[in-house]
Design a protein around this ligand. Structure first.
Ligand SMILES: [Zn+2]
Length: 366
């Protein structure tokens, strides 16, 4: 049965728009490497203690979905697996003991299942949980399904002015950026930052967040049309890395000093240039390696220049609040490349893998 069938079946549509899980409900499941199918699965039971039932509204795609789709031999997981790591939902039912959420609330969903009681979780640093069960959509079933039961502790209510699409970008896209820039790189107003791949989802977020606190932003893009788009987001300087060596341009733009902070997620292709782009005492924060996981490093440069390299993965739950507060204030906005239905998943992943995007690809279940 194809996703298209559901879209064209009126009785099915009415079921989807109700607050009660249809039986069965639809989900996008990875069944083997590079093969995702729309399937019928059982709806969730009534929510347990501390849980709520969510009607999933929007699922934003990230590079982790591409990794998962290609197949990760070392990842512990069982197929079929429901995909989708970053999403928002509407609360449709509350389990016993849930406080602070109401039926009808739009929520952003934290992307990993953490224990809530280890030292890291108690300190609010869930992305360092000692007993983490895994990342949704990658190790555990994800959110590309009509309904899901989730632990209320891992949900953050969207404030007024933040719709379901924007809330879907809080857990990974904007949350990761908040965590990288502020918790890890300690970015300060007035500093200069190099944001790699300014047309990527997190690139479009990082440009806006850094500008919102008064930083000078230099960004790289891979095509002429993205130069204008990145500048329109507020970037002060946009480098087309296919035409110019970015590290040379960065040194020229900073009077040979280099930047305070490099925002890395490209990896192998950019690592050496990123190291050369920092000023003495500069900080490099990285959350990805889309071009490859290994890069040589000049250790003499590392210690003589007193550089700091910080790995970052996921975010704290509170970063979701920070991200949505910044959206609600109007300081940042989601940059959407494509909105598609669940049946658009194959084209969406191919587009993401090709890097032919500017901003986010979002699958909507509305
Ligand atoms: Zn924990």
């Amino acid at each position: 049965m194809s996703a298209l069938f559901w879209r064209e079946n009126p009785s099915r549509r009415s079921a989807i728009s109700s607050s009660y899980p249809p039986v069965p409900m639809r989900a996008l499941q990875l069944v083997s490497d590079r093969r995702i199918e729309a399937r019928d699965i059982a709806p969730p039971p009534p929510p347990g203690v501390g849980e709520v039932t969510l009607r999933i509204r929007a699922v934003a795609l990230n590079h982790i979905d591409v990794w998962g789709w290609r197949g990760m031999a070392f990842a512990k997981r069982k197929l079929p697996l429901t995909i989708g790591a970053e999403a928002s939902g509407t609360v449709t039912a509350l389990g016993d003991g849930v406080t602070g959420l109401n039926v009808g609330d739009t929520v952003a969903i934290y992307g990993a299942r953490t224990c809530g009681h280890c030292r890291a979780c108690r300190e609010g640093r869930d992305n360092l949980c000692e007993n983490v069960e895994g990342v949704h959509g990658f190790h555990l079933d994800g959110f590309a399904r009509e309904f899901a039961n989730m632990t209320a502790r891992l949900l953050v209510r969207a404030p007024d002015g933040v719709d379901a699409t924007a809330a879907a970008l809080a857990p990974v896209t904007f949350g990761t950026v908040e965590h990288m820039l502020f918790d890890n790189a300690r970015l300060e107003p007035g500093e200069t930052i190099l944001v790699h791949a300014g047309g990527s989802g997190i690139g479009t977020a990082a440009i806006q967040v850094a500008k919102s606190i008064g930083c000078t932003v230099i960004t790289t893009v891979g095509s002429a049309d993205k130069v204008a788009k990145a500048a329109a987001l507020g970037a002060d300087h946009v480098i087309n890395y296919r035409e110019d060596r970015f590290e040379g341009m960065v040194r020229r733009l900073t009077g040979k000093k280099g930047v305070d902070v490099v925002f890395e997620h490209v990896g192998a292709d950019t690592w050496a240039g990123s190291m050369l782009s920092m000023k003495k005492g500069g900080r490099l924060v990285t959350c990805g390696s889309t071009s490859g996981v290994s890069a040589p490093m000049n250790l003499m440069q590392l210690f003589q220049q007193q550089l700091r390299i910080i790995g970052s993965f996921g975010c704290r739950i509170d970063n979701l609040r920070g991200a949505m507060a910044r959206m609600a204030s109007g300081a940042v906005h989601p940059v959407i490349d494509t909105v598609a239905g669940l049946d658009g998943i194959d084209a969406a992943l191919a587009r993401l893998e090709s890097r032919d995007v500017f901003g986010k690809i979002v699958l909507t279940l509305d």
